[in-house]
Design a protein around this ligand. Sequence first.
Ligand SMILES: [Zn+2]
Length: 141
Amino acid sequence: MSETNFVTRNPRYCLQCDDGTVLVHEKRDIPNEFRGVKYHVPAVSGWHCPKCGEYEFDPGEGKRHSEALQEAGQIAAQAREIHAIRKKLGLKQAEAGKLFGGGAAAFSEYEHGKTQPHKSMVLLFKLLDRHPEMLRELEGA
Ligand SMILES: [Zn+2]
């Protein structure tokens, strides 16, 4: 029995819509956002409601989803940390981008989790968090 037949014979209805909308079984990339960090889980299979967008994952797919969420959470945490340290150092985003490299927009992207800074930048920022007075030495370098 093909999947199409299976789905036709065993329709599932959207519990959100609750109006007899039939769910579609398919694979799709699931876009998501966590604390401003956009991410997506590729090719998740499950039941999708074409009307309200409700998505019910197949067994096992939830794990991939939670892993992606966890990763987004780590990116979000790092983005907040960089933002907090930059503020503590009294640098504007453009100034930080000039001093640490990456250009004027780099820190805006880091702090929104759009791109991730190189590990060496993160480590340097953590050092500066503990020893902010060292910033003067960097600025003079
Ligand atoms: Zn629905």
